[in-house]
Design a protein around this ligand. Structure first.
Ligand code: FES
Length: 207
């Protein structure tokens, strides 16, 4: 009885074993290794067009850069500068023996009313040191222009008297306009050492 049961045990175990699902068929050697016709043409198109695409992108970038450079070259270099002629008010705004610093920052001039060669004149001095081009300061207490760079000094007339400046400050053109205002013209300069301060366009005589 026991033997019969033992004999029958494997049969029962085999019967209890769950059935495995059927394996999917292996792909044939042909389908695993050889590309399909569609994938072959797709790869070929990518292989052929990719370098062209990169070339087109590069050419487009070069053309855009060149176009921008050409457009920039065609545009004029415009620097907006203030007009060289401008009004600074009537002579009465500049009392005798004074230096006005009102126009120094905006226009680069001092308007001076001082005696020169026995005459009372109003003139415009450039705020540029004749040594190396720094901007001097008007020192009211010392009645002189003093350059902060190397120490040149100029009298109220603009004549240099100390430091390395080799010549006087320059005058700008000035005239009495029809409306009674002083009009300064920075497009013309007058240098004392060249005898140009004798030119009537370099000053306005006042009482
Ligand atoms: Fe004025 Fe040198 S620049 S003293």
């Amino acid at each position: 009885m026991v033997q019969a049961a033992r004999k029958g045990a494997p049969i029962a175990a085999a019967a209890a074993k769950p059935k495995l699902p059927a394996r999917p068929p292996l792909p044939s050697r042909k389908s695993a290794s050889a590309p399909t016709r569609r994938s072959f043409f797709g790869s070929a198109i990518v292989w052929v067009t990719e370098p062209f695409l990169a070339a087109w992108v590069a050419m487009g970038a070069i053309a855009a850069t060149w176009g921008l450079a050409t457009a920039r070259f065609m545009m004029p270099n415009m620097i907006v500068e203030p007009p060289t002629k401008f009004k600074v008010g009537p002579p009465s705004d500049y009392p005798p023996g004074t230096v006005s610093t009102k126009w120094k920052a905006a226009r680069g001039i001092w308007v001076v009313n001082a005696e020169y060669d026995g005459r009372n004149l109003v003139y415009a001095l450039a705020t540029v040191c004749t040594h190396l081009g720094c901007t001097p300061n008007w020192l009211e207490g010392e009645q002189k222009f003093k350059c902060p760079c190397h120490g040149s000094g100029f009298y109220i007339t603009g004549i240099n008297f100390e430091g390395p400046a080799p010549r006087p400050l320059e005058r700008m053109g000035i005239r009495l306009a029809e409306d009674g205002s002083l009009e300064v013209d920075k497009s013309v300069k007058f240098q004392e050492e060249l005898g140009q301060w004798e030119d009537a366009a370099s000053f306005v005589e006042v009482a």
